[in-house]
Write a protein that binds this ligand. Structure first.
Ligand SMILES: [Zn+2]
Length: 468
């Protein structure tokens, strides 16, 4: 330190006034603590915890539709696994909700060109019953086109809404182009439609329909609502373009009942200071029912849990790390709401969620850019060697942590590359083989670095000191 001061003094006396001024206004150098860099680099090279979790969960439980017995089995699996990994305060916290499950589903063009199309019901779709419904197709290029149409164009018909979503790295198309799924069924019902099919909210050209949640709002009567695969939607558009009336027979059988149960699973790495604000990380345990919920969101819970485990392996952080495997995210973030009601007002150092697949983290943003610029600079430096760019204009990410963030928790978003995410999202194709192990490890390295930077310092425990 002393020699540095002497060197600085020599430098100051040697350079002209203008240059001195520019040196003084340069931001201070931010160098990552070598112990944090070592933790990060070890996760990047050697992590197996994340793969083990997602491989185990998707193999031994498989799909985990919210509020079903499968999700309950997943909670039991989670408690066992988190305890076996050595986490503390492992518990499931149940809550009540309705359960919706799908049955038989099919779509056929009756005329003019009889043929089968591939369809899946959207969450909370009404049931057609096993006999199905038959109606003429009323085509709309967008939700706004449907909204602008007179009721007479829709009444007694099956609405079909198209859209033009394309792949993008930040997944930004999902918000805008997801409108046919989120709003289409309600608008179609209010205008007197007997059913609705949409082009899947997806970017692939496989015959895999993309399901997803929707709600009937504004007093709309629930109607059958399904998603055609992208190739089938394009086929239907071509048929419609021939100019003749198109009739579809649609069968979407489903069941809904009240008073079912979901739950959150919570585990902790206890901090040395029990009163210090908590580091909250999570993902969601439930999945849609067609695939095995590998990238949505088996990898999310696997990534954040693996990162917390790497911190625990290194010793005791000053701040407690709390891991939450949220239940029932897909039907509307119910686990996040239950958590927020119970714990939202606790003091948090940060809240972050991983729920966008398993491809590499390419960008990050955090509220710390405004509230704690020094910590933000440390994060920037620790994540840069992983090729992660800071985004000063980013936003909080993650349905499950949203209620807690709204209650005041500062947030961090580690944005994954979403270019291929919507090829698989909510389809039968969301399976383990879609995960690139190297990119999964990069995710774990990023979350490990984030937790280490914000941990308040990690002190080796007695176990760690003994171990060689
Ligand atoms: Zn998800």
């Amino acid at each position: 330190m002393k020699s540095y001061l002497i060197a600085a003094a020599l430098l100051a006396s040697a350079v002209p006034a203008l240059a001195q001024q520019s040196i003084a206004t340069l931001p201070p150098a931010v160098v990552t603590d070598p112990r944090i860099a070592a933790l990060r680099d070890n996760a990047l090279e050697n992590d197996h915890y994340a793969w083990d979790i997602v491989e185990g969960l998707t193999t031994e439980v498989g799909q985990r539709l919210a509020a079903t017995d499968a999700e309950a089995r997943a909670r039991d699996w989670a408690v066992r696994r988190l305890k076996a990994m050595g986490f503390a305060n492992v518990r499931a916290e149940p809550f009540e909700m309705p359960v919706w499950t799908r049955g038989a589903e099919s779509a056929e063009i009756v005329s003019p060109f009889p043929q089968r199309l591939v369809v899946a019901a959207l969450g909370y779709s009404a049931s057609t019953g096993p006999a199905g419904i038959t109606g003429q197709i009323a085509y709309f290029d967008s939700v706004d086109a449907l909204r602008a149409a007179p009721d007479s164009a829709v009444k007694g018909k099956i609405v079909f809404i198209d859209h033009h979503m394309m792949p993008s790295q930040d997944g930004s198309g999902y918000g805008q182009f997801g409108a046919p799924r989120r709003q289409g069924p309600t608008i179609a019902s209010l205008k007197g439609a007997i059913g609705i099919v949409i082009r899947s909210i997806g970017t692939d050209h496989h015959r895999n329909p993309h399901t997803g949640v929707q709600y009937f709002t504004d007093g709309a009567t629930p109607i059958p609502a399904g998603a055609l695969t992208v190739p089938d939607a394009e086929q239907l558009v071509r048929i419609l373009k021939r100019g003749q009336p198109v009739t579809m027979h649609l069968t979407l059988v489903s069941q809904r009942s009240e008073g079912a149960r979901s739950g959150n699973v919570i585990a902790e790495v206890p901090g040395r200071d029990p009163n210090a604000p908590i580091l909250l990380v999570g993902g969601h345990l439930d999945s849609w029912d067609q695939g095995t919920g590998a990238i949505d969101d088996g990898t999310g819970i696997a990534i954040v849990t693996a990162a917390a485990k790497h911190i625990m392996d290194a010793g005791r952080p000053e701040r407690t790390i709390r891991i939450v495997w949220f239940g029932a995210e897909e039907p509307g973030g119910l686990g996040g709401k239950a958590y927020g009601e119970k714990y939202g007002k606790q003091p948090y150092a940060i809240a972050g969620e991983s729920d966008f697949g398993a491809d590499r983290v390419w960008r990050f943003s955090s509220q710390l850019s405004k509230t704690d610029p020094a910590a933000y600079a440390q994060l920037t430096a620790a994540l840069a060697p992983l090729g992660i760019t800071r985004n000063d204009k980013g936003e909080a990410d993650g349905t499950d942590i949203e209620p807690t963030v709204k209650a005041g928790a500062p947030w961090v978003s580690l944005n994954q590359d979403g270019t291929r995410y919507f090829d698989y999202h909510h389809t039968p194709d969301d399976t383990l083989d879609k995960i690139d192990p190297a990119q999964l490890r990069q995710n774990v390295a990023a979350w490990t670095a984030m937790l280490a930077v914000l941990s308040g310092g990690i002190e080796p425990g007695p176990k760690q000191l003994k171990r060689r």
